[in-house]
Ligand binder design. Structure first.
Ligand code: AMP
Length: 398
């Protein structure tokens, strides 16, 4: 293998990483990149975003604006373009890749995964993997037909949305149109389409962090998580799975990530019902439920992502101890929030806290995460929850 040359940030020869999206996950990726001497540039649509606070420099642009994105890439000439969010002009990313830029993991992966319809069709129809039953709709009439076809209970999601926005469940077919209206209000971008998915009454749902690197594909131990309203509340690692179930998840994750190609870490989500594994969705980048790996693994998901995209080897991934994460959410709209932190739960060994430094709040916005190790995942979950409950978010100016 040839040697990796890393210059000095700010000088010719530096490896320049352009992070498109500057949330808490991007912030951790940039911190890991800086540990390896990489020059980091953070981009988002607002000032003061978490990753901007740790980057060498930053830019505020609308990343869905193709021209603005092209101009920025022209100006910064990055070696690595690393999308952190889905709301990016993916046609521009494809053009940039075509012109020789390195988009992580690939421009096609970012395009397919930004639209639930595209990735679902590739996974279920091209690769033939098991998913929940599904149908798509772009009008009220199609929607009612889709609900009729899938049956109730079913889950409705805008094809373009994240963090559970616009997602709801239909239990009573008579009330189906409420879910349509809700999805339209929570939809991102121009696509007014929804996916209607049959409800999977799963025992557990997991994220399998999957790394494509120069030496092949590696997996982290499965992460269990609990979601409310389509957004994650807590996660823990490892989630115990039968050997056959874990193998099946790994096989499916490898098939999907091979199809998408490129290098980097992916968060592949599955529903598990007894021995049956359903593919749910994936992120071609570190996953929010994977924040637990900041305390559970020697190399976190962020460190693994950076190593993979730089072309460095990924050694055996070992989990150090059972661990958990628990989110800290804001409850109202406001700016310049402050945090009142109870120090007592942080006396417990293996506990830690991350506050993201987001400049504004809104109900349900993730502002921080509590992390804990334990002798068991139950103990770790309880510790992380106690730390999280000890943090109150208030707004100086609301
Ligand atoms: P998603 O945004 O697709 O990851 O959905 C968020 C969460 O909603 C999932 O992690 C599940 O907890 C729940 N969910 C989504 N789709 C389904 C489904 N078809 N059946 C059961 N639960 C679901």
């Amino acid at each position: 293998m040839s040697k990796l040359e890393i210059g000095t940030p700010g000088h010719s020869g530096a490896i320049r990483l352009l992070m498109l999206g500057s949330g808490e996950l991007g912030k951790e990726v940039l911190l890991e990149a800086q540990r390896l001497g990489v020059e980091t540039i953070a981009v988002d649509r607002y000032e003061g975003a978490p990753a901007m606070q740790v980057a060498h420099r930053h830019h505020v642009i609308d990343m869905q604006d193709a021209q603005a994105l092209r101009d920025l890439v022209e100006q910064e000439k990055p070696d690595l373009i690393v999308p952190e969010i889905e709301a990016i002009s993916t046609t521009t990313l494809e053009e940039l890749e075509e012109a020789g830029h390195n988009v992580i993991p690939t421009a096609r992966a970012t395009r397919l995964t930004m639209d639930r319809e595209d990735i679902r069709r590739v996974v279920a129809e091209d690769l033939g993997l098991r998913t929940s039953p599904y149908a798509f709709a772009g009008t009220k009439e199609e929607f009612l037909a889709a609900v009729d076809q899938i049956g109730v209970p079913c889950v409705v999601k805008p094809v373009m949305s994240s963090s559970g926005k616009g997602q709801s469940m239909i239990r009573d077919a008579e009330r189906a149109l409420d879910a349509w209206e809700y999805a339209m209000a929570g939809s991102r971008g121009k696509a007014q389409r929804v996916i209607v998915e049959g409800f999977v009454d799963f025992d557990t749902e997991i994220t399998l962090l999957t790394v494509r690197h120069e030496g092949g594909t590696s997996f982290c131990a499965p992460i269990g998580h609990r979601q409310e309203g389509g957004d994650y509340m807590e996660s823990w690692q490892p989630e115990p799975l039968a050997d056959s179930v874990l193998k099946e998840c790994q096989k499916m994750a490898e098939q999907v990530t091979d199809e998408l190609g490129g290098r980097g870490l992916f968060g592949v989500e599955f529903f598990i019902d007894g021995e049956t594994v359903y593919f749910s969705e994936l992120s071609p980048r570190p996953h929010d439920t994977g924040m637990v790996t900041m305390v559970s693994q020697e190399l976190s998901e962020f460190a693994l992502h950076v190593r993979a995209i730089l072309g460095l080897p990924i050694p055996q991934i070992t989990q150090l101890t059972p661990a958990a994460s628990h989110v800290i959410l804001a409850s109202e709209d406001g700016t310049a929030p402050s945090f009142s932190v109870d120090p007592e739960p942080l006396r417990t060994p293996g506990t830690t806290l991350r506050l993201f430094g987001k400049p504004t709040t809104r109900p349900g916005r993730r502002m921080g995460v509590a992390l804990a190790r334990g002798e068991s995942t139950d103990q770790a979950r309880q510790r992380a929850e106690t730390v999280a409950r000890g943090v109150t978010v208030s707004n100086a100016e609301s």
